[in-house]
Design a protein around this ligand. Structure first.
Ligand SMILES: Nc1ncnc2c1ncn2[C@@H]1O[C@H](COP(=O)(O)OP(=O)(O)OP(=O)(O)O)[C@@H](O)[C@H]1O
Ligand SMILES: [Mg+2]
Length: 293
């Protein structure tokens, strides 16, 4: 409390004018009682979570449970049906397009289908966000990009075409691109997808390393229990349209909740849903199909 009062007193005037007052230990991302969905289809309801600076948070859940939907809410691509979404202390419901764009520049995103630009080489793929958003001198840009490629072990692959690198290397290039603007929050959507067990371990350690080095917060959306538990400070588990559980990897590991246990142990039978739920839209589509035959 004392530290907070001191910060509020001594922070420079320009800081107050330029940015919402964000105390260093304030959450980088905060969701409170948020409901998310598409049209009439509600994917998640009553979701609350907090991500602090320096934390690696794993967001887990079965396929179709709403993890990517949560990412879209955090980046302002999807407006919450109800509840509060705050990024860097700014309520997204009160932010216009320009404000959301400026908040987006403080975030790095590794998209689930994070395709690289195949007409650009490795270097230019990573340099792309810098060229888009910052006016850097060429020598400085070169050093920044090489530094990020170095962090993912691909400094010497800078000149290669995308068609000349493997799938796992492409994932690492996308990782370097996600952090090249040195963001305060990085969202990784399925960073381990399609990687062999060794590359998975290396990528997980890399995410932890980048978080610690840049001092940013990281959200890792994944199905992979072993890799995410090894690096996460906090784990959130979504399922059945709600937040089923959250805590440290250790507390979640000892949870008696059957849903948590089925998910963590990858069992085929249990409460984790496999079938996509039937909606009114599906029923009308089916009725139309049957009517046509
Ligand atoms: N643009 C969209 N319009 C309508 N429904 C959507 C849209 N995007 C996703 N959905 C639906 O929202 C639900 C959650 O999808 P989401 O992509 O968030 O799941 P996920 O947890 O990321 O799954 P996965 O692990 O397979 O990537 C799914 O039922 C999906 O069909
Ligand atoms: Mg997804």
């Amino acid at each position: 409390m004392v530290a907070r009062a001191l910060w509020l007193t001594v922070r420079p005037l320009w800081f107050t004018m330029l940015a919402p007052p964000l105390y260093p230990s304030d959450p980088v991302l905060r969701l409170e009682n948020v409901t998310l969905g598409y049209g009439e289809f509600t994917v998640l309801r009553d979701i609350s979570l907090e991500v602090l600076r320096g934390q690696v948070v794993a967001m887990m859940g079965g396929s179709g449970s709403g993890k990517t939907t949560l990412l879209r809410a955090a980046t302002g691509q999807l407006v919450a049906k109800s509840g509060t979404v705050e990024v860097f202390g700014q309520n997204l419901a009160h932010a216009d397009r320009a404000k959301i764009e400026s908040l987006r520049q403080r975030m790095g995103v590794l998209f689930q289908q994070g395709a690289l630009f195949t007409d650009l080489n490795v270097f230019e793929n990573v340099a792309f966000p810098l060229r888009e958003h910052l006016h850097m001198k060429p020598a400085k840009l070169l050093e920044r990009v090489l530094d990020k490629l170095n962090a993912v072990g691909l400094r010497a692959a800078a000149h290669l075409k995308i068609s000349q690198i493997s799938g796992g290397m492409a994932r690492r290039v996308a990782l370097a691109r996600a952090v090249v603007l040195e963001p305060e929050l990085v969202l990784y959507d399925e960073p381990f997808a399609g990687l062999d067990p060794i590359s998975m371990g290396i990528t997980a350690r890399l995410i932890r390393h980048l978080s610690d080095k840049l001092g940013c917060a990281s959200i890792v959306i994944t199905h992979d229990v072993a890799e995410s538990f090894a690096i996460a400070d906090q784990v959130y588990l979504v399922g059945q349209g709600v937040m089923k559980a959250h805590g440290t990897p250790a507390t979640l590991g000892t949870s008696a909740d059957p849903y948590v246990q089925q998910f963590l142990q990858g069992q085929a039978d249990g409460p984790v849903a496999f079938d996509y739920p039937e909606t009114n839209a599906f029923q009308s589509w089916l009725a139309m199909q049957r009517g046509q035959r």
